[in-house]
Design a binder for this molecule. Structure first.
Ligand SMILES: [Ca+2]
Ligand SMILES: [Ca+2]
Ligand SMILES: [Ca+2]
Ligand SMILES: [Ca+2]
Length: 291
């Protein structure tokens, strides 16, 4: 007599019962092996009883193994990577960490110590607690732990804060003011009005342009260096008040501007040249009269 049990492992086995038809002990059944025996074969008489009907039951015996919490949980990754855009409202989802535990029943709880990020105790979902500023901190490395009540495991999360174009180009001064003489040659650099933009890549790339030059000055769009582009004459115009603009390449772009004042003084040479009749040159001054 044999019955099979498809349950895996050694936890399930079968017990056999002779439910009916033992004929006062003529038949016995081994409860473990299912072997059916005749206790006294001399009592079997085909002429008298050609056939016996026996009812045999095979029954699963369930052995319950009490689960012991003897396996530590372990995170599926030693290091997780996540990204989050700066200025995103608190509660932004970063990633979900997960741990497994070889015990059949494991009540895993996740936790972390941070003022900036938090983990859902049950699901392992990591979210932000605050809005982040990339210009303040662009990378974080935080630890998350998991416990099954007895054992714990740790994992790390590397978080990169992605840039948003939230800074306009910033000039180092509120106003730039210089004085030059009117004999400065065309193409000479006279001033650099660089603006810094704290953002990354295109968001921090600055282009310059200038208004109010009257054809006398130009600015390099990428360096912010102002050069002379037309001959100057202090007598014709002694002060140029111009506006320099700086714009980043973000989307949408951010703009700022600064006043640039260039005072043009007569060069001594010009002064001597043009005012020769009204100047009284004395001492050892080096004079050159050309007219
Ligand atoms: Ca466990
Ligand atoms: Ca920022
Ligand atoms: Ca930014
Ligand atoms: Ca910017």
């Amino acid at each position: 007599m044999e019955a099979t049990d498809s349950d895996s492992g050694s936890y399930g086995y079968i017990t056999y019962y002779l439910v009916a038809g033992s004929n006062n002990g003529l038949f016995i059944l081994d409860s473990k092996s299912g072997l059916l025996e005749v206790t006294n074969s001399t009592l079997l008489d085909h002429g008298q009883t050609p056939q016996y009907t026996l009812v045999i039951q095979a029954q699963d015996v369930i052995v319950t193994v009490i689960d012991v919490n003897n396996h530590a949980p372990h995170f599926l990754e030693r290091l997780y990577h996540a990204q989050v855009q700066e200025n995103t409202s608190p509660g932004a989802f970063l990633l979900q960490v997960a741990a497994s535990d070889d015990d059949s029943t494991a009540d895993l709880r996740y936790s972390m110590t941070s003022d900036i990020f938090t983990v859902d105790t049950l699901t392992g979902r990591i979210t932000t607690l605050v809005s982040l500023d990339r210009e303040l901190t662009s990378n974080y490395l935080v630890n998350v732990s998991v416990t099954d009540g007895i054992h714990t495991d740790l994992t790390s999360i590397s978080i990169v804060v992605l840039d948003t174009n939230d800074n306009a180009p910033e000039f180092s001064q509120e106003t730039f003011s210089i004085s030059i003489t009117d004999d400065v040659k065309v193409d000479t650099s006279v001033l650099a009005v660089e603006a810094d933009d704290a953002d990354l890549m295109n968001n921090g790339m600055v282009t310059y342009w200038i208004h109010g030059t009257e054809g006398k000055f130009q600015i390099d769009p990428s360096s912010g260096i102002i050069t002379i582009s037309g001959s100057l004459d202090a007598r014709a115009k002694y002060r140029y008040v111009m506006l320099v603009f700086a714009r980043d390449h973000g989307y949408p772009p951010l703009l700022s501007n600064v006043s640039v004042i260039i005072n043009v003084n007569e060069s001594r040479e010009h002064a001597l040249t043009f005012d020769r009749f009204s100047y009284h040159v004395s001492g050892a001054g080096r004079c050159k009269f050309e007219r």
